[in-house]
Design a protein around this ligand. Structure first.
Ligand SMILES: [Zn+2]
Length: 138
């Protein structure tokens, strides 16, 4: 648990402290740390829960929304990685460009070979069709 207690002390449920959804009181949206990896909004009608992923509290209303209907007892002790693998977009590195160009060259080579094969078949067919007609009579 590397999130500092000082940080946790000042964090509040973003839904309950801002805009028209701000709750009444001097200090609305207080959060309780649960299982070391969840911040649970203490407002009775909120129910939002914010995961701490890789020691970083994900204080997004959309994230809290996902867990409104999940009881605290059913929260996973490990909320998962900060960035979901499916959302991961790799940043191209110079070495990747080399690899992709190599793949492109291989694709072009395969197309070239296919074209040569196609032309060969075409020529063979023409030769067969245009062969001297007397040879078929023989
Ligand atoms: Zn809240």
């Amino acid at each position: 648990m590397a999130v500092s207690p000082d940080l946790l002390e000042i964090l509040r449920c973003p839904y309950c402290v801002s805009g028209p959804t701000r709750k009444a009181g001097d200090d609305p949206g207080r959060l309780e740390l649960v299982k070391g990896t969840w911040l649970v909004c203490q407002e009775p009608d909120c129910g939002r829960k914010y995961p701490i992923k890789e020691d970083i509290p994900v204080m997004l209303i959309e994230e809290g929304d996902k867990w409104i209907d999940t009881p605290v007892s059913e929260l996973a002790a490990d909320p998962g990685p900060l960035v979901e693998p499916t959302e991961y977009v790799p940043v191209p590195r110079p070495s990747d460009f080399g690899t992709s160009r190599q793949g492109y060259d291989r694709q072009r080579l395969a197309l070239l070979l296919l074209s040569i094969l196609g032309v060969s078949i075409l020529i063979a067919g023409l030769v067969y069709l245009l062969r001297p007609s007397d040879s078929s009579d023989a």
